[in-house]
Design a protein. Structure first.
Length: 364
């Protein structure tokens, strides 16, 4: 007997999930892994990943570079490049466990680094810009080497595979974070490979994304004028660089960033107050090439908080909830219930309206 309309589950793209404790309480990666299980059908095994904040307290003052290497030769070339740029205070293989669903893993290493003082002084850059340029240089010019995480006291863990398997592979049950984000990938027009899995990260910013960026070429052409290079063959990469550009370089607030990438329609702007019109028209004019079009829901992780945002038409699902000091966000309510069965204050944010969550003062 054929199924009737409404009896067939048709997932709307990838799966995203997040949880943050506003008091800074540490959580292992177990719950965020569990959140991805009810959304298994939203992935197809071509990518999964997680980001955790607060996981490296003993090295919190150093940039943690997570790097994929194709082979020993690419590792050697990358380490030769790094030794003249940064002080490496610790390096090691990232510990993994054998997992049937994860195959053909590259070399995966972790480096805790600080800029060489003399090199930093000669560059006349601040340390964030200095490290950002190193990351872009490696990902652009060293064949077979990809820096996929580069923030302080945070780390990204991703692979080709279903997210539940990726979490077990990286032993996330052994890490503790005050904030976790997660992604299950279902690529439709870009390749499934280790560097193309989500989250994407640069410095402390990380992005998980469900949707398709139809404005990718316009966004990429603009952002590459400012030293970024899109090399990882996935449209989500450009959103990460847009976030870094607007928040770190342009000093916009999170609300203002949302007003750029999910800008209101001109007809909506006309209904605003004169003061609001002036600001929104300014953003739409100055940053017109950073308007992100196409269906999307994203979660931006950063040190001390999260921002969730839908495209202005809300063409992808997103649900938020609370439980005690925790805020939970996911593509589906089932994912939230997997983390907190008694979650409260279930809400469905409107298109273009950011949900911004920060740790309480003194919590971090």
């Amino acid at each position: 007997m054929s199924k009737l309309e409404g009896q067939i589950r048709i997932p709307s793209g990838c799966a995203i999930s997040a949880v943050i404790s506003k008091t800074g309480e540490k959580m292992t990666g177990e719950k965020i892994i569990e959140s991805m299980i009810p959304m298994h059908e939203r992935s197809n095994g071509l990518g999964g990943g997680f980001a955790g904040y607060g996981i490296y307290p003993e090295y919190k003052d150093f940039f943690a570079l997570h790097i994929f290497f194709r082979d020993a030769l690419s590792r050697k070339e990358c380490e030769e490049y790094l030794k003249d740029k940064v002080e490496i205070v610790k390096q090691e293989s990232i510990h993994v466990r054998k997992t049937p669903g994860i195959k053909d893993a590259p070399l995966i290493r972790r480096y805790f680094v600080a800029p060489m003082p003399c090199a930093l002084a000669a560059s006349q850059l601040d340390e964030n810009e200095y490290i950002m340029r190193i990351v872009i240089q490696i990902n652009t010019d060293i064949a077979g080497a990809y820096v996929f995480s580069s923030g302080k006291n945070m780390g990204i863990f991703k692979a080709v595979g279903y997210p539940e398997d990726v979490g077990r592979f990286y032993r996330l049950d052994e890490y503790e974070a005050y904030c976790w984000t997660a992604h299950g990938r279902y690529p439709t027009n870009t390749p499934g490979w280790w560097g193309g899995a989500h989250p994407f990260g640069l410095l402390d910013y990380s992005i998980v994304h469900n949707g398709e960026i139809s404005s990718y070429d316009a966004n990429r052409r603009f952002i590459e004028m400012f030293g970024y290079r899109c090399t990882l063959q996935t449209d989500t990469e450009v959103i990460t660089y847009i976030a870094d550009f607007l928040l770190r370089k342009q000093k916009l607030t999170l609300q203002e960033m949302a007003s750029v990438i999910a800008a209101p329609f001109w007809s909506e702007i006309e209904r605003k107050t004169d003061a609001e019109k002036e600001i929104l028209a300014y953003f739409r004019t100055v940053y017109s090439s950073l308007l992100v079009t196409g269906p999307f829901s994203i979660i931006l992780g950063f040190t001390g908080g999260l921002m969730a945002l839908n495209d202005r038409l809300k063409l992808r699902s997103m649900v938020t909830a609370e439980k005690g000091d925790k805020v939970l966000i996911a593509s589906e309510e089932a994912a939230i219930r997997a983390m907190e069965p008694d979650a409260e204050n279930i809400a469905y944010p409107a298109g273009g309206e950011p949900v911004i969550v920060r740790l309480k003062e003194g919590a971090y």
